[in-house]
Design a protein around this ligand. Structure first.
Ligand SMILES: *Cc1c(COP(=O)(O)O)cnc(C)c1O
Length: 358
């Protein structure tokens, strides 16, 4: 008797094939990325003065949006006969590359700033069996080295977002947002680090409109962390610093793409402080039940800031939550700790609960 398998998430390549570079079926490396939830956020909607939805990209296979681009980049690497891939990473690109390389049967080398990767992301890289090279330098140095390695070693595909296949795959999130809402939102808010993702969304929304699927495109609202805000300052940052490690980047590779997205959409790129980012992360977790990593909260932090200054976009707004909160447990443990144990008695346990609900 034959068993009919029904694959529930077929992955962005099969779902959006006609929008993406050509990939032979046999080369498709997918783990079921995409089709992430768009979650309405009623409490935060009131705070930001708009109908707010959260595109929770932490629900991808490796728990960040990087998977959308990685499936395309890795499949094309397979199709062109690459024997290995390499990338620089603040953590999530490495986690995603490690998983998709394992899937595709390709060697994977990731170059990361030593001691600067969130714990969950480093664990993912190790679990998938990728080789991790820690350098005594920041992300920008890691990217320079990875580019050179890919150029000089031969048959090694660079899977950073300077690889246009990454941008192509990531633009599928814009299609999903437009399909879920029936129309593109009035504004889309998201964190900006190396600036590949804002470039991808903007490309996706423009193509959606050009194909006649919608009449409008959203205003693109990009937010950098203040200590790593080269696009706001107008110059590179030598030593970028922020609690939001995924956007701790001083010289964004897709600078031009980000600036064009903000300019051409009537949007903006501004900065938010670490305190604003952590406050937004806490609100998302405690008021909406959605746990994202610090960088992912930068979009909501930005919307709260704009609303506070009477500059909120209004209408229907989507904030992209780029990665899952479980990736960075240390940030939470820096704020709250597990309490000491109590006796295993009714009195002791009920006593603890009465303190809260008395
Ligand atoms: C990569 C990443 C970002 C930044 O995206 P860019 O394309 O580099 O601007 C933001 N948040 C998370 C969780 C990420 O992994």
């Amino acid at each position: 008797m034959s068993v009919q398998a029904r694959v529930s998430r077929q992955g962005v390549i099969r779902r959006y094939r006609e929008w993406l570079p050509e990939i032979p079926d046999g080369a498709v490396a997918t783990i079921g990325e995409g089709e992430t939830p768009l979650i309405e956020a009623p409490t935060l909607s009131e705070r930001v003065g708009a109908r707010l939805f959260l595109k929770f990209e932490g629900m991808n296979p490796t728990a960040s949006f990087k998977d959308r681009g990685m499936t395309v980049a890795m499949s094309r690497a397979v199709a062109t006969g690459s024997r290995a891939c390499a990338c620089a990473s603040t953590g999530n690109t490495a986690a995603s590359a490690a998983a998709y390389a394992a899937r595709a049967g390709v060697e994977c080398f990731v170059v990361v700033p030593a001691g600067k990767i969130a714990l969950g992301k480093a664990v993912q890289v190790l679990a998938h069996g990728a080789r991790i090279v820690q350098i005594e330098g920041n992300f920008d140095a890691a990217l320079r080295l990875s580019k050179r390695i890919a150029e000089e070693l031969g048959d090694v595909t660079l899977v950073n977002s300077v690889n246009p296949d990454r941008i192509e795959g990531q633009k599928t999130a814009a299609f999903e947002v437009a399909e879920a809402l029936g129309n593109p939102p009035d504004a889309l808010a998201l964190p900006v680090g190396n600036a590949g993702n804002i470039t991808s969304y903007w490309k996706g929304f423009r193509e959606w409109r050009e194909a006649g699927r919608a009449d409008s495109v959203p205003r693109m609202l990009g937010f950098q962390a203040e200590g790593a805000s080269p696009l706001v300052a107008g110059h590179d940052f030598e030593s970028p610093e922020t609690v939001a490690s995924a956007i701790r980047i001083g010289s964004p590779a897709s600078k031009e793409g980000a600036l064009a997205a903000a300019r051409d959409s009537g949007g903006l790129i501004e900065s938010v402080t670490d305190a604003e980012i952590l406050a937004a992360q806490e609100m998302l977790a405690s008021e909406e039940g959605v746990f994202c990593e610090p960088a992912s909260a930068a979009g909501v932090a930005g919307l709260l800031k704009l609303a506070g200054e009477g500059r909120g976009p209004g209408g229907t707004v989507v904030s992209v939550l780029t990665g899952h909160g479980l990736k960075d447990p240390d940030v939470i443990l820096g704020r709250v700790q597990l309490p000491d144990p109590v006796a295993a008695t009714f009195e002791a346990v009920a006593g603890q609960m009465r303190r809260v609900i008395a």
